[in-house]
Design a protein around this ligand. Sequence first.
Ligand SMILES: [Zn+2]
Length: 327
Amino acid sequence: MKFLFVHITFLLGILLFSSNTSGSEKSGGENNAEDAMVCYIQETKLSKEQIVNLIDSLLETDSVSTRVLDALNVKLMAIQSFYNVPMNVDSNPYPAHDLYQFWDTENANCYSPQLSAKDTSFTFDLVDTANFCGFVMPGKGPLTSPFGPRDGKMHNGIDIGMKTGDTVMAAFLGVVRVARKHGTFGNVVVIRHYNGFETVYAHLSKILVKSGDLVDPGQLIGLAGNTGRSRGSHLHFEMRFKGIPVNPKYMIDLKKRELISEAVVIKKTSRGFAIYPKGVEFHTIKKGDYPFKIANQYGITVKQLCEWNGITKKSVLKAGKTLRVSL
Ligand SMILES: [Zn+2]
């Protein structure tokens, strides 16, 4: 990926330079081809690799039109600004580097609790649709096991029922951190995303990426399988923030297979992180409040209040703390 940025930065320099110097008289046929090329660049959703390949092929031709170069420059600028990577690529080589500080290609679980010890709350954009960096559900199949306690242990992800050989895709734009065989996870891929999260894809029959690969949302990364500690073919999918697994159902509508909200609020709790869609309302607990009273006040059910906040009907509420009270 570092190579890719160097490549893009280098080519950007060439293009900025050559766009001022190239351009000559064109015949009608050439103009049509030029129009088609400009239109293709402007209208098509191009991956970084496709843009680089396109530039490579253009550099091999005798002359490239100014309009084509301008269109490419606009696309490249959009990519640069989205990644927010300074021209000096060495200073920020991996996604969300300011949050994580280091990069480990061997261990899926490589972060100590110290990494999030001082955290309070953040707001994050999960996607950047303006730059075609959206979300794609990693596998086609039904939810077969939810996140949460299971058989006396914590199930840190969700299971998606898939057959061996079914395609597994990257959920968001990011860079592959780990792609290897692991005891429990079997063949596993871990991706660090530009939105600050990491995703884990476990029990794969085949891995089709390697550490350092830049992957688009929806890009094929492996095939589903039954490797590692697994009973039957499926995809085990985790979303983590700073190494701590979070429940994907607060970000992804698992039935509609789309994001609930393009932005989320992440709040540090005593047990990890709580995730809320951006715009959610909170109630500050006052003395004498109890779950039924608060639920009534906001027109929600006690069940919803309990589920959103990890409390029970009988929980004693501490004044001054906040509870989520809206979808
Ligand atoms: Zn699982």
